[in-house]
Ligand binder design. Structure first.
Ligand code: HAM
Length: 436
């Protein structure tokens, strides 16, 4: 039986068009990160499962990880996320580098998930993280990098928003106000994380299992109702949440002074599925009615270094997937057309024995910085024009033998002018091709 031509379930073949689109996303990511002084890094595709078991959370380990035992009997996983890897790398070198450490990467990750719109088994994820002393300015900078990226694509606050919450606040509420022990608090976290995904009856049932008393249930309902910064501040006041744990007044005032508050909403149901977050948590979501989903997730994690036996070095960062980003850009008509490649000149010959001339002229023009797609088989000008248009070339050239000399007839497809040149006139040819 012939083998399937389809890629593995939930993975994509990136043909040239898709790769051009992805490169556009990546180029913009590189630019957005570099503008804030972030340095690129990368890590291995495989890590020991232990790395994720330590603090990534049950869902990732039990349901999503691709793992196997290698020939040396090590339990190994294909990376499902980058944060544990970057924390491991930073733990190994942070003593030698000045703080804060600003790093970014665009790894491909694998998660065993049910493929659906916006969720695949393989995706590429833009990771931006800052490591250094705990500071609301680092949290805000991370939000700024994400906003900067979306702005670079032409998106504004009417198209995307940032929903935030804070784990220190949630911890305080669960432990001090509701008086939950560690296991119950963890169960409640997981339930809140599924709040928008569960049917109300199922949510109630699972909440009952956790067993809050009447007063606790009332307070919890009020907590879930927090959907604005004002409601958060008033709730924080009621439960006496101290700004020592999160300097929220300063955080919101700074956002306001930077004109960024219009991007931010408070949403108590955002707690994030990964266990390592300890401070700010956030998700960027699409405001388009047809694509209301999270595009990016992140937050602050203070304790991840401890799993490597290192002193506290807090980190804040986010991960933003290429699948959700592309959907976002498409639904808002912000994705440029990459259906054709871009060459400056498509060149071929009308007569026999001109292959060497084609190759030499192409080399000369490439040395002048042009992108040339050459075709060594004999062809007719009309046919070549059609091929050039398909390949997205700005110009098409045909070599012809003329009175014992070779010349090139070029049509500039941008302004539809045609001219003939000697092969030695590379500079002139370049100027003619680039004319708009
Ligand atoms: P996460 O929320 O698991 O966070 O993923 C972040 C983003 O990656 C999601 O919002 C989504 O855009 C994309 N993503 C995740 N899973 C998939 C999937 N199966 N298919 C397509 N896209 C997906 C993290 O991974 C954290 N490690 C991010 C982070 C970095 N936190 C701090 N620094």
């Amino acid at each position: 039986m012939a083998l399937s031509k389809k890629p593995y379930k939930g993975c994509r073949d990136l043909f040239p068009k898709e790769k051009r689109e992805q490169n556009f996303l990546f180029d913009t990511m590189h630019l957005a990160a570099k503008q804030f002084g972030y340095e690129p890094y990368d890590g291995p595709m495989l890590e020991e499962v232990e790395l994720y078991r330590a603090k990534s959370g049950q869902e990732l380990i039990n349901d999503q990880i691709y793992s196997f035992t290698d020939r040396g009997k090590r339990e190994v996983a294909i990376r499902p996320e980058m944060t544990p890897t970057v924390a491991r790398m930073v733990a190994g070198v942070h003593r030698e580098i000045p703080k804060p450490i600003r790093w970014y990467s665009i790894p491909n990750l694998m998660r065993y998930e049910r493929p659906q719109k916006g969720r695949l088994r393989e995706h590429w994820q833009f990771n931006v993280d800052i490591f250094g002393p705990d500071s609301i300015y680092h949290e805000i900078e991370i939000l700024q990098v994400a906003i900067n990226l979306f702005n670079k694509f032409g998106a504004n606050e009417n198209q995307f928003g940032i929903q935030i919450n804070n784990r220190a606040f949630v911890d305080f509420f669960f432990n001090k106000t509701l008086g939950l022990d560690q296991d119950k608090a963890y169960a409640l976290y997981k339930l809140v994380d599924r709040y928008t995904k569960l049917k109300p009856e199922a949510f109630e049932e699972q909440l009952n299992e956790i067993g809050l008393n009447n007063e606790g249930s009332e307070q919890f309902k009020k907590y879930l109702d927090i959907d604005s910064i004002d409601k958060f501040k008033s709730f924080a006041g009621e439960i006496s949440f101290s700004s020592e744990k999160w300097d929220f007044e300063n955080f919101f005032t700074t956002l306001e002074k930077l004109n960024l508050l219009n991007y931010v909403e408070f949403n108590a149901s955002i707690v994030r599925g990964l266990d390592y977050y300890t401070g700010l948590v956030f998700e960027i979501f699409d405001k388009h009615p047809e694509n209301r989903r999270a595009l990016c997730g992140g937050g602050a994690y203070a304790g991840l270094m401890s799993i490597f036996g290192e002193e506290k070095l807090p980190g804040v960062g986010f991960g933003l997937g290429d699948v959700t980003l592309k959907d976002f850009l498409e639904v808002h008509n912000l994705m440029p057309d990459f259906s054709t490649p871009q060459h400056d000149l498509y060149v071929a010959a009308e007569d026999d024995n001109l292959e060497i001339d084609i190759l030499n002229l192409s080399t000369n023009l490439r040395n002048l910085g042009l992108n040339i797609c050459h075709h060594t088989a004999k062809a007719k000008f009309k046919k070549i024009i059609q091929a050039a248009a398909k390949s997205g070339s700005g110009a098409v050239g045909i070599l012809q033998s003329h009175e014992n000399q070779t010349q090139i007839k070029i049509k500039n497809l941008n302004n539809n002018t045609t001219e003939t040149f000697k092969l030695s006139e590379s500079e002139k040819i370049k100027l003619f091709i680039l004319e708009k």
